[in-house]
Design a protein around this ligand. Structure first.
Ligand code: ADP
Ligand code: ASP
Ligand code: MG
Length: 408
């Protein structure tokens, strides 16, 4: 007998029929003698609908009340799934994040899980029940409802698996595993049987939304056996996220390609070229809680320099405002912004031992006439910022150039 945590995403619980399908899947595992804890997302589109509603009543809703509203989607699906389970004779009990309880910090809309009380879940499991927990939500020390950021149900699943020392955490979604890149963009993308935590972490942080980045961090830290599978197709092994590189096989240099659409670039033009200028520009940006991604400071001429960086597009207006304040203060010539950027990244642990990966990437993009505006690298990834109109093309040609296309 094993203890399994299964997480079903929005599409997988997107209609009453699909919820009944999930109930049947859960019942199958239980019939094999396993204990099952299920985490569910809101029905597909529901969280977006709730966010849109909040925008209709307020221009700048308080994060606390936002969480009160957007967390409701998951409360609906836990109840519906328990009903569907009981309808086919499986005893089940639902819990909201606050009821479990999943204690988080108070950073509304992007809270972090601090602790999970697994005692009530264990008791229910021992009584033969399937436990169904609402993903994406928790409660802070003041009793306020919090949410974990978009895609946060993955993290609820992995955190529960860690707390319960589950044998496996299975993330059921609308694709049958982790692919070399988003199969919706590149039909030739290949499913990976395994991918290392390190690579998955990079892929997630560089925009592959198949797993929320925090869920991967959690799984790595607490050694949770994590697998991504299809909720629609039966019998597949999905993709296992592994600690070790697979040394038995000749590994490709690049394992995957990630991309992020919603990037924006800001440039402080003609900033004085002197010590402390990066801090004077980026300090206030950080204070405004804006995450900065890629940074470039150009070589100075005549005592001035151009300083560029990228932020998430949603933060652009706020960042421009902050920089306008900085501009006066430091005496820069102008602030320029560009909200048509995207970021494409190649990821692979094989990069460590293979030189020439960057030049191959740049050559491939050059051959298509794609201009690279910014570059950033780490040991196992290279990212470029390019015009968003080239996103699909860039991903496709890189996928092919690095030998990732499935054989026809
Ligand atoms: P869920 O609602 O189940 O959480 P998501 O939409 O959050 O599902 O994540 C699954 C989606 O992630 C897929 O439909 C796919 O389009 C996208 N995706 C992006 N990159 C990848 C990748 N490398 N492998 C598989 N899917 C990916
Ligand atoms: N429902 C939430 C979202 O759409 C959480 C999740 O699906 O993981 O972001
Ligand atoms: Mg998701």
């Amino acid at each position: 007998m094993a203890l399994i945590v299964q997480k079903y995403g929005g599409t997988s619980v997107g209609s009453p029929e699909r919820i009944k399908n999930v109930a049947r899947k859960v019942e199958k595992f239980r019939a094999q003698g396993h204990q099952v804890v299920v985490v569910v997302s809101a029905m597909s589109g529901e969280t977006n609908r709730l966010i849109a509603l909040t925008k209709e009543v307020a221009t700048n809703p308080s994060p606390r009340e936002l969480d009160v509203v957007v967390s409701t989607g998951e409360q609906v699906t836990i109840g519906l799934l328990c009903m569907a389970l009981e309808d086919i004779g499986v005893p089940a009990k639902s819990y909201t994040g606050g009821q479990v309880k999943i204690l988080t910090d108070s950073l509304h809309t992007k809270a972090r899980i601090l602790n999970i009380d697994e005692a009530p879940i264990r008791k229910d499991l021992d009584e033969g029940k399937v436990v169904v927990v609402a993903g994406f939500q928790g409660v802070d020390e003041h009793g306020s409802i919090t949410t974990l950021g978009r895609g946060g149900s993955d993290t609820t699943g992995v955190a529960l698996a860690a707390a319960l020392k589950a044998d496996e955490c299975q993330i059921y979604t609308d694709v049958d595993g982790v692919y070399t890149t988003d199969p919706r963009i590149v039909p030739e993308a290949r499913k990976l049987d395994t991918i290392t935590f390190e690579e998955m972490l990079e892929m997630a942080s560089l925009g592959s939304k198949v797993l929320q980045i925090r869920s991967v961090e959690f799984a790595g830290k607490y050694k949770v056996k994590l697998r991504v599978l299809s909720s629609f197709e039966e019998g597949g092994e999905g993709t296992l996220i592994t600690v070790e590189e697979d040394t038995n096989m000749e590994q490709p240099v690049i394992s995957g390609i990630a991309f992020a659409r919603d990037e924006a670039k800001l440039t402080v033009v003609g900033a004085p070229d002197k010590p402390g200028i990066a801090y004077q520009i980026l300090g206030p940006v950080a204070e405004a809680n804006i995450d900065v991604d890629m940074i470039i400071q150009n070589v100075g001429h005549d005592g001035t320099t151009d300083f560029s960086f990228t932020v998430a597009r949603g933060d652009l207006a706020k960042a421009v405002k902050v920089l306008e304040g900085v501009q006066e203060h430091i005496g820069a010539r102008a602030i320029e912004s560009d909200n048509t950027m995207c970021k494409v990244s190649i990821v692979g642990v094989g990069m460590r031992s293979h030189p020439g990966v960057a030049s191959k990437m740049f050559r491939t993009l050059a051959e298509e006439g794609i201009n690279i505006q910014m570059i950033s690298t780490s040991e196992i990834k290279i990212s470029v910022a390019i015009d968003e109109k080239y996103l699909e093309l860039a991903v496709r040609v890189l996928h092919k150039a690095f030998g990732l296309d499935a054989q026809a």
